[in-house]
Design a protein around this ligand. Structure first.
Ligand SMILES: C[S@@+](CC[C@H](N)C(=O)[O-])C[C@H]1O[C@@H](n2cnc3c(N)ncnc32)[C@H](O)[C@@H]1O
Length: 219
């Protein structure tokens, strides 16, 4: 089993389940055109997020880390007509690209992008009383993952599904900076020990580097 095998397998799965379309392809193209390394989820992970959103009947979804909107499109497509995705993005340029991609997907009415630091935006959401969310996807910077999780709990209800991406690679990659590694380690220890959730980490492989997604349900 090597990287080539995982890439071939992911491409096989993508073709089999038709995991692309003009909107998703245009979103990925916008990342390429901007000359930025694609740090979004893979097509099969996007579909997994969509299936999980449907599985929990999500009407209100919160995402931390919009990037160019790729995962946001997968998630928002799972929402009913009156559903909403609120997605938080620190970088105004990324937010502007995402806004265009959401409009191209015809999802602008279902998605609200809030630009700023998620650590500040999350308490604001709580103060506004916009929660509880049915599903929360943590995919922003890694050092404060544990803080994001704690703040996410304030925006949750029993049964809320909390997903966090990239929780394995940084534990083992010798090139990962210490603050990232410690952030992920603190998060993993927190969800493993927390009585507030029942959780596990699913390893992920494919076109992205081997990694893992944490899946937690609020008790
Ligand atoms: C891994 S990318 C998100 C990928 C996206 N969820 C997808 O799969 O298409 C992480 C994003 O989080 C943003 N980010 C980093 N620190 C942040 C913070 N403190 N608050 C909000 N967003 C942040 C980055 O600018 C980047 O766009």
């Amino acid at each position: 089993m090597n990287d080539k095998y995982f890439i071939k397998a992911e491409n096989y799965i993508s073709e089999l389940f038709h995991l692309t379309d003009p909107v998703l392809a245009a979103t990925l193209q916008s990342v390429q055109d901007a000359g930025i390394h694609d740090i979004g989820v893979s097509p099969s992970q996007g579909k997994l997020l969509q299936l999980l959103a449907r599985l929990c009947g999500a009407k209100k979804i919160l995402e931390m880390g919009t990037f160019f909107g790729y995962s946001g499109i997968w998630l928002a497509r799972a929402l009913p007509a009156d559903g909403q995705l609120i997605t938080l993005e620190y970088d105004p340029q990324n937010a502007a690209f995402a806004e265009k991609n959401f409009a191209n997907a015809g999802l602008q009415n279902k998605i609200q992008i809030r630009t700023g630091n998620a650590l500040e935006l999350l308490p604001q959401l709580e103060a506004e009383g916009v929660g509880p969310f049915d599903m929360i996807f943590i995919d922003a910077d890694k050092p404060p993952y544990a803080e994001y999780f704690r703040l996410a709990l304030h925006l949750s209800r029993p049964g809320t599904l909390i997903i966090a991406d990239n929780v394995v690679r940084h534990v083992f990659d010798p090139a990962t900076p210490e603050d990232k590694k410690n952030g992920v380690l603190r998060f993993n220890q927190l969800i493993a020990a927390s009585d507030a959730v029942s959780a596990v980490i699913l390893q992920t492989v494919g076109i992205k580097e081997p990694d893992g997604m944490a899946i937690a349900i609020v008790n």
